[in-house]
Design a protein around this ligand. Structure first.
Ligand SMILES: C[S@@+](CC[C@H](N)C(=O)[O-])C[C@H]1O[C@@H](n2cnc3c(N)ncnc32)[C@H](O)[C@@H]1O
Ligand SMILES: [Zn+2]
Ligand SMILES: [Zn+2]
Length: 284
């Protein structure tokens, strides 16, 4: 069971660290409700338990293809498991069918790449609520993987548009054909990353240890006491029903509007080699 502790926040001038008044849970691994996954008929909730076999029908003596049994996943690992042959592990470079790749890759990748929790301060509340900042003396290099987006794993709705409209949560990132990660009630520090039209980090959909992960990566070198921000995108703001107040222009604006919120500085030239295949994770 994931740990359930409070977030410590600093006011914007780093005085008086305190816990959030009505806190989301601070977790170190995804949460999921077995019941919720068992209830939904989402295709994404289905895990094929074995290869389809051709068996003889007893009644008519005809050969029929036995449909693979689909089981709702019972753990977060089950939801996020990906064994497609063509996917490559970001840690070991092996593809989905190779046995050596697994939980060990996830553990090692986390240990080697991610920032220690002391590197990030949650500060606020400010104009955009709370935000995630680099702590004093912390610098981040362009290209560094920072952390994984964690939250409650929810089944994909059958009609994504309708469900996206009906959900009030503004903390959701969608892993295509797999699940929605909702960090409204539980997450790690990445749930506090605000939106900016001049982003310095970006979430990517990746695979580590045969598992779908959403990972934040630095788009440029980042200095001490800088706020970490990514571009949520115009669709997110349309759904949320308000405009971006990231400060690139004095007025509130819709990202992508002419002259406002267009700058994705730092991102160009970031994708190289196998990154061509990398998918940016979508906030919905
Ligand atoms: C994923 S949360 C980010 C963390 C949030 N600030 C908090 O205190 O929990 C998204 C919310 O932050 C605020 N926000 C973040 N970036 C914003 C922006 N560029 N313009 C306006 N509001 C923003 C909005 O209230 C939005 O619903
Ligand atoms: Zn691996
Ligand atoms: Zn903006």
């Amino acid at each position: 069971m994931a740990k359930d502790i409070l977030f410590k926040v600093y006011d914007l001038r780093r005085e008086n660290p305190k816990s959030l008044a009505s806190p989301p849970s601070k977790i170190t691994s995804h949460r999921m409700s077995k019941e919720e996954w068992a209830r939904t008929g989402s295709a994404a909730s289905a895990v094929v338990s074995g290869p389809s076999k051709v068996t003889k029908s007893r009644r008519k003596g005809r050969k029929t293809a036995k449909k693979p049994i689909k089981k709702a996943p019972r753990t977060a690992a089950g939801v996020l498991r990906c064994t497609l042959d063509e996917v490559m592990c970001l840690h070991c470079g092996r593809t989905g069918d190779e046995r050596e790749c697994g939980a060990k890759c996830s553990r090692e990748f986390r240990k080697v790449n991610f920032l220690p929790s002391s590197a990030i301060d949650i500060r606020g509340p400010g104009e955009l609520g709370y935000g995630a900042w680099t702590a004093p003396n912390v610098t981040i290099k362009k290209g560094q993987w920072l952390e994984e987006y964690l939250g409650d794993l929810r089944p994909l709705p059958t009609n994504l548009d309708a469900a996206a409209r009906s959900s009030d949560s503004l903390y959701r990132i969608w892993i295509p054909e797999t699940a929605i990660i909702d960090a409204e009630k539980a997450g790690n520090w990445t749930r506090f990353i605000n939106s900016s039209c001049r982003p310095n980090v970006k979430p990517w959909g990746e695979f580590v240890g045969k598992r779908h992960v959403v990972l934040f990566q630095a788009l440029r070198d980042i200095g001490p006491e800088e706020e970490l921000v990514f571009q949520y995108g115009a669709k997110w703001f349309e759904k949320a029903g308000f405009l971006c107040r990231c400060g690139v222009s004095e007025e509130a604006h819709m990202p992508g509007e002419k002259g406002k919120g267009k700058g994705n500085e730092g991102e160009k030239g970031e994708k190289g080699g196998k990154d061509k295949k990398r998918k940016s994770a979508k906030k919905i």
